[in-house]
Design a protein around this ligand. Structure first.
Ligand code: FES
Ligand SMILES: [Fe+2]
Length: 373
């Protein structure tokens, strides 16, 4: 595990941004990348990509989505139905979401339960997954309830996120992470939307600021710079800083007192398929969940550290939320337009240039992970 965190501190990031503004420059990667279009269309490739997702610790939900013992979140991850539960000892356990009798899913969506009773025949499981009760147990001679608890997968909490590793056979461990979702952030809820596009197209859309002016002329561009980013790697992951025009106000603030709140968005890309994006008073965690080769579910969890009784703060959040929703819609439209063109025959590969270094890192890491399978 890496012990040092190679990410720059906020003051350094702000200085790099101000220098880029003055010099009309942006961060440039050393490497460029050509990704074969076939890799967005190939069923065998999709199948092995989902194996990578199952072998890596991947973000499942914010810790704050499981605030008390009994809170749960159920959803599919890389094709597997999983159920995350906060247990009475305060830890999070994650189970394969299937009854040990005849397999009925035990929970869906999110909520809070004292135990999980199967809707089919009523087998009932404690929060820790142990099988508590079998109605008319005499019908199952020789059943050893101790061996029929829910099947768990590895789960660990780090920096406000629950990570799961479905297939621990590769021994992949979670890397050291920077602060992501601070404990004071409350979970507001989550929203899901299915997009008819390959999951890697969706991931790529978060990872560069070269498209801000062209794609987001009336949403992000009035407030943000086009093609002006600080791009950093940490382990398999990326962090991209998207500065707001208001960052210029920090020129008058001594470097050690410069706060990035309201001055930039950080997008943390947690390999392979999770983004954490910071906005004033808000953090969004987006899971880019591959459903099929041409279909992706975006699961967006919203968190805030603002006081719900502060009307002005809430109005600001509301305005900011509308802006982000408008920008996200534009990103989805572009992703669908790319997906539709995959069969056009125009491109053998997609070309990622020096402004798109975080995407280069994503594809390098994905290729290395596929080769290591
Ligand atoms: S399938 Fe769950 S109790 Fe029968
Ligand atoms: Fe975008």
């Amino acid at each position: 595990m890496t012990t040092s965190m190679p990410l720059a501190d906020d003051a350094t990031v702000v200085q790099r941004i101000l220098d880029h503004i003055d010099n009309k420059t942006t961060d440039l990667s050393e490497a460029t990348w050509r990704e074969p279009v076939e890799n967005y269309r190939s069923e065998p490739r999709f199948a092995v990509e989902r194996r990578v997702l199952r072998r890596h610790p991947t973000g499942f939900c914010p810790s704050a989505a499981l605030p008390t013992p009994g809170s749960y979140v159920a959803r599919e991850a890389a094709g597997t139905p999983l159920l995350a539960v906060r247990v009475n000892d305060g830890r999070v356990r994650v189970f394969r979401n299937a009854c040990r009798h005849r397999g009925t899913e035990l929970a869906s969506g999110a909520g809070c339960e004292k135990a999980f009773a199967c809707r089919y025949h009523g087998w009932t499981y404690n929060l820790d997954g142990s099988l508590r009760h079998v109605p008319d147990e005499h019908g199952f001679p020789g059943l050893d309830k101790r061996t029929r608890g829910l099947v768990s997968v590895d789960a660990v909490e780090s920096q406000g996120i629950v990570f799961v590793t479905q297939d621990g056979s590769a021994g992949a461990t979670l890397e050291a992470l920077p602060p992501l979702i601070a404990p004071e952030y409350r979970f507001l809820g989550s929203a899901e939307i299915d997009v008819p596009a390959n999951w890697k197209i969706m991931v790529e859309g978060f990872l560069e600021g070269y498209h801000i002016r062209a794609t987001h002329p009336e949403t992000f561009y009035p407030l943000q710079f086009d093609n002006l980013n600080v791009v950093e790697r940490f382990g398999r992951n990326n962090r991209i800083a998207f500065p707001y025009r208001a960052v210029n106000k920090l020129r008058d603030v001594p470097p050690t007192e410069r706060s990035v709140d309201g001055k930039l968005t950080y997008v943390y890309h947690l390999f392979p398929n999770v983004m954490v994006a910071t906005f004033p008073g808000r953090v969004f965690m987006v899971v880019v969940e591959p459903l099929a080769i041409d279909r992706t579910r975006l699961i967006t969890s919203m968190l805030t550290d603002r006081d719900p009784s502060d009307g002005a703060a809430q109005a600001n959040l509301e305005r900011g939320g509308q802006l982000v929703n408008g920008g996200a819609l534009e990103d989805r439209e572009v992703a669908c337009a790319i997906q539709r063109s995959l069969v056009s025959g125009a491109n053998e590969f997609f070309e990622f240039g020096r402004f798109e270094g975080a995407i280069v890192h994503f594809h390098q890491t994905l290729r290395a992970s596929l080769e290591a399978l």
